[in-house]
Ligand binder design. Structure first.
Ligand SMILES: [Zn+2]
Length: 262
């Protein structure tokens, strides 16, 4: 769980912890992170608490005068010498002090990696952490629709409608499942069967041209012929002049949704 949280912090660039003085994996005394109760109670929490206004580490005299701690000269310089230059530079460069201090002093159960995200450790469930991960990892567009959009102009708003239509196109779960796979282009044709080594060639079963999802469902002459016959039959039966476009054939017609059966 802790290593998962570390991954999340990396994804969200959540690095407040790095500028904390205590229990910091990068600030070690005798190879171990440390904690000094007296310092903590006097408000020393961050590396920046040991810096003066110019961003330099406080001298022992200045430290004594500012915090009135019992810590002796040697202990203070031992702590000073363990702070890596990289963390000192980071502390000088960012102005996180007010925010990070309030986190450590007021509420230990809130994790807010960015301004729009807040998770309460006391009430969070697994799905909340999954959502946190998902939000950061899966923010690129789906490859299926992206590839479809290369051959036909479908905007993001239309894709939204197309995906919502999955539930509306049919009552049959099998057909809904097929439509979902089709939108994501995970329908297997001879091209894929050949790539997986299941078929020896990737030629269309009907016309002999190279098979693919585009070929099977729209480019193949046999598919075109079949679709035009279906439309002709439909128009004859209904005395209509229905002329669906290639996009209508593939993804449905939204002006007349919801359709409950096909
Ligand atoms: Zn074909």
């Amino acid at each position: 769980m802790l290593s998962f949280l570390d991954d999340l912090k990396t994804l969200y660039n959540y690095n407040l912890g790095q500028t904390v003085l205590f229990k910091n994996r990068e600030i070690l005394i005798d190879g171990k992170p440390f904690f000094i109760q007296e310092w903590f109670s006097k408000g020393i929490i961050l590396i920046s608490d040991l810096l003066d206004e110019q961003g330099q580490l406080l001298s022992y005299q200045a430290f004594k005068a500012k915090y009135q701690c019992k810590t002796n000269f040697l202990n203070y310089y031992q702590v000073r010498s363990t702070i890596p230059d990289s963390l000192l530079a980071k502390t000088k460069n960012n102005n996180l002090e007010p925010l990070s201090k309030s986190i450590f002093l007021q509420n230990h159960s809130i994790f807010d990696p960015d301004s729009s995200t807040k998770v309460n450790f006391e009430t969070a469930k697994v799905k909340d952490f999954h959502w946190l991960l998902n939000k950061q990892v899966n923010n690129s567009p789906h490859p299926g629709p992206t590839k479809w959009s290369k051959s036909m102009p479908i905007c993001a708003k239309q894709w939204e409608k197309i995906f919502i239509s999955i539930k509306q196109v049919s009552r049959e779960n099998k057909l809904r499942e097929f439509h979902f796979k089709f939108l994501h282009r995970i329908v297997v044709t001879k091209k894929e069967l050949c790539r997986f080594g299941i078929k020896n060639d990737s030629e269309c079963l009907y016309c002999g041209e190279q098979d693919s999802i585009d070929h099977t469902f729209s480019d193949c002459l046999f598919t075109k012929d079949f679709l035009s016959k279906v439309v002709q039959w439909f128009n004859n039966c209904n005395r209509s002049t229905f002329k669906p476009s290639n996009q209508d054939f593939l993804f449905g017609i939204f002006s007349i949704l919801p359709i409950k059966n096909y």
